[in-house]
Design a protein around this ligand. Sequence first.
Ligand SMILES: C[S@@+](CC[C@H](N)C(=O)[O-])C[C@H]1O[C@@H](n2cnc3c(N)ncnc32)[C@H](O)[C@@H]1O
Length: 302
Amino acid sequence: MTGEDSADIAHEASEVKEKNEAIEKNGSVSAVGEEPKAFIKGKRRSEQEAQVKAGKQKGQLPKKRFYRARAHSNPLSDCQFSVPTTPSEFDWSESFPEFFAQEETTGDKDLKVRFADIGCGFGGLIVQMSPLFPKTLMVGMELRDKVSEYVKERIVALREQHPGQYENISVLRTNAMKYLPNYFEKGQLTKMFFLFPDPHFKEKNHRRRIISTALLAEYAYIMAVGGILYTITDVQELGEWMKAHLDAHPLFHPLTDEELEKDVCVPLLINATEEGQKVERNGGSTYKAIYRRIAGLGNIGA
Ligand SMILES: C[S@@+](CC[C@H](N)C(=O)[O-])C[C@H]1O[C@@H](n2cnc3c(N)ncnc32)[C@H](O)[C@@H]1O
């Protein structure tokens, strides 16, 4: 067995441990656990769907245990969901109805998503950032359907519970490794978050990692000059990988300690994310790499 294999096994084992803890706590499997067969067919499924419906009563926050999902999805495999051909084709008014209704009256024609949380999981970060940046539209992007469904329901419930709030956040089920330029124009995003991305320990799976030389070029394209890209992980080797790739990219520059100190989003990387809170509870270490999108030589003086 290689070191990578044992790291994968350790990672899986920690997920199984969490699943067992969730079973003890909730009487069912947590959303981080693998989808049990009982959910896929038979009576249990309809029972669970009824429970999900029940949980959808007006203003009620969804319960994670009714949104069971596989622990991981393969980001390189094809999924069945529709994707806009170009960013202008996508109708964001469905994601942010209040803002787009106001657009009619204010005449603001520049309503665009500015923050993207890539692999948003259960949406903790965008929920916490919403009141901090009330005028900024932000989207969580998530590959797993049940997890993105959970976030959607969470936002609906928050909007119902707090009228006029949480109108600036939304979630999309998509594969961010493949389709970001289908949603965002050149220079559109001012913040991108990659928080506790799947580690893909085995070397043969490193091509599934969400930070890579090729993908950083894509992120640089959709980010505004001056925009900030945040990464954090509890896997040291992945932390070093993300830092090394960002250091090597000519369009990203690390934030100074002073800039990190002032940035209100930095504490949220741990406090607001489900994965960050888990690491905190377990007393684990985290590895951050936070970089600014800088102008390329071709942009200087432009
Ligand atoms: C370990 S979780 C972290 C969730 C969240 N960022 C947090 O910190 O709590 C990684 C998430 O990224 C999602 N993911 C992985 N690859 C993705 C992709 N290509 N596009 C969108 N989401 C992806 C996974 O489904 C998973 O929910």
